[in-house]
Design a protein around this ligand. Structure first.
Ligand code: BES
Ligand code: MN
Ligand code: ZN
Length: 488
């Protein structure tokens, strides 16, 4: 996609020959600074009852007199915050979605000088319009038409901020859409092997280093906990390491670790059948790491970033790990597996031990880890855990800035009580109460040698129901977090 800003002389917006023009209005019509034919068209639409200047309202107008672009959509934003602007722009683009528009001009009116965060919000609003799932549904519409977006600016002084915002928005949009695509693919297509191939292809295309470990190498590393989950499946596990170098070689890296369960049946602790198909999304954390690495490769922050994915299936079989089995993790700690459906933490603990070798500045893991997190926070904010107040603050701020929010949850030592085992160093489950927290406490046992944060995205990585599909979250949060660390 080609996102750019353009400075327009007075009267030039109406002469601009884009396929469509989207007008996002903030505040009153008189303060919007619209060119006369546009202002007249909006005033006329209001007078005729086609539009009211109330937040959330919109109108689609064709062949407006004095406007060269043949299609015009007008939307009213609730206010000038990036969140309101994104919502309004997304609604406006929705009106234009099926009209075959290739080149869209976009004007944000009534907000004064355009801020970078506003430009970013406008760019990211195009995500739903340009994303199309086709890989197992060839009958879906062919490629989306929209491929060029021109952001209208009134003067040159706004351009640097606008272009910086557009670049961020576009890179995050592409990372989000890659994550959505990977997570949407069904388990029989998106196997661990296929996920690794996709990570490789992305890395090579974006100039990242990438390394993929297979079962033999994973065994040699002693990842007994990861392998215990993988052993019930006929699909081979994969351990993926992607590297972006944007700073001096000796600068400690930021590390992202993703849960890549390409299908979670629960294993011998089999899940009930209802909505089990949605467990193809259980690699959403991994998908977000791959998507964020793509966005970072484009934005080139001055930081070193390593993206790690542990990928396997969780299946029942004669070879599957059983409740009560005790395994030895890469850290040397033994784990009593009381419930094979608590598999995410079993693959992540070995990934966390693995990344110690990088002497990271900080590690953040991302996982669709617990149904309990969905109960706690619903589908709005991801669960965020960190014993480090500074890191927790950074992740919180990154979520707000990216419009991909999270909420901090506690990690008191008292929550680890239920993880005690008579037969191993630690059990993989505690009781039902506080399930998202006890899962995080389990991971904490394996994250003592670096600054660590954990994002439970079980409620935010995908949507159920009629709009079933991956969201690409938290690619935005992760990308913003790295960018902010690089700038600090
Ligand atoms: N992938 C699931 C978590 C999940 C469940 C995400 C539902 C989104 C919706 C995870 O592997 C799991 O099964 N967790 C168990 C843990 C329990 C056995 C302690 C859960 O949440 O029920
Ligand atoms: Mn599970
Ligand atoms: Zn799972």
């Amino acid at each position: 996609m080609d996102f750019r800003s353009q400075v327009f002389a007075p009267g030039a917006v109406c002469k601009f020959r884009a396929d469509g023009l989207l007008l996002v209005l903030c505040g009153g019509l008189d303060e919007a600074g619209l060119e006369a034919p546009l202002k007249a068209a909006v005033a006329d639409a209001v007078a005729q009852g086609d539009l009211s200047l109330v937040p959330g309202k919109s109108a689609y107008l064709r062949q407006v007199s004095g406007v060269a672009a043949p299609r015009l959509a007008v939307v009213v934003a609730a206010n000038a915050t990036p969140k309101a602007i994104k919502a309004a722009a997304a609604a406006g683009m929705g009106l234009l979605k099926h009209l075959g528009i290739q080149h869209l001009a976009l004007q944000l009116a009534g907000t004064g000088a355009l801020q970078a965060a506003q430009a970013e919000a406008l760019a990211s609003a195009a995500g739903d319009v340009v994303y199309l799932y086709r890989s197992t549904k060839p009958s879906a519409p062919a490629a989306p038409a929209l491929n060029k977006l021109s952001l209208v600016l009134a003067n040159k002084a706004e351009q640097a901020a606008a272009d910086a915002g557009l670049a961020r928005g576009a890179a995050i949009l592409e990372g989000v859409n890659l994550a959505r695509e990977l997570a949407n693919r069904p388990g029989n297509h998106c196997t661990p092997t296929m996920l690794a191939e996709q990570a490789k292809a992305m890395s090579q295309a974006q100039g990242l280093k990438v390394e993929v470990l297979g079962r033999k190498e994973i065994e040699a590393l002693g990842m007994g906990s990861f392998l215990a989950v993988a052993q019930g499946s006929d699909e081979a596990p994969r351990f993926i390491v992607m590297r972006y170098q944007g700073a001096a070689r000796n600068q400690a890296p930021l590390v992202l670790v993703g849960k890549g369960i390409t299908f979670d049946s629960g294993g011998i602790s089999l899940k009930p059948g209802e909505a089990m198909d949605e467990m193809k999304f259980d690699m959403g954390g991994a998908a977000s790491v791959i998507g964020a690495m793509r966005a970072l490769a484009q934005l080139k922050p001055k930081a070193n970033v390593i993206g790690v994915v542990a990928a396997c299936e969780n299946m029942p079989s004669g070879r599957a790990v059983k409740p009560g089995d005790v395994v030895t993790s890469m850290s040397g700690q033994t784990i009593e597996i009381l419930n094979t459906d608590a598999e995410g933490r079993l693959i992540l603990c070995d990934a966390l031990t693995y990344v110690e070798r990088f002497k990271p500045a900080a590690v953040v893991d991302i996982a669709t880890l617990t149904g309990a997190c969905v109960v706690a926070l619903g589908h709005v904010r991801s669960g965020m855990f960190s014993a480090d107040d500074a890191l927790a603050g950074q992740l919180m701020a990154a979520g707000e800035a990216a419009l991909d929010s999270c909420w901090r949850m506690p990690l008191d030592d008292d929550y680890a009580e239920g993880l005690k085992s008579n037969f191993a160093d630690v059990a993989n489950v505690a009781g039902r109460p506080g399930g998202a927290i006890t899962a995080a406490m389990f991971l904490k046992h394996f994250a003592s040698s670096f600054r660590w944060g954990h994002l439970d995205v079980a409620g935010t990585a995908w949507k159920s129901g009629a709009a079933k599909g991956a969201t690409g979250r938290p690619v935005g949060l992760l990308t913003h977090w790295v960018l902010a660390q690089a700038a600090a």
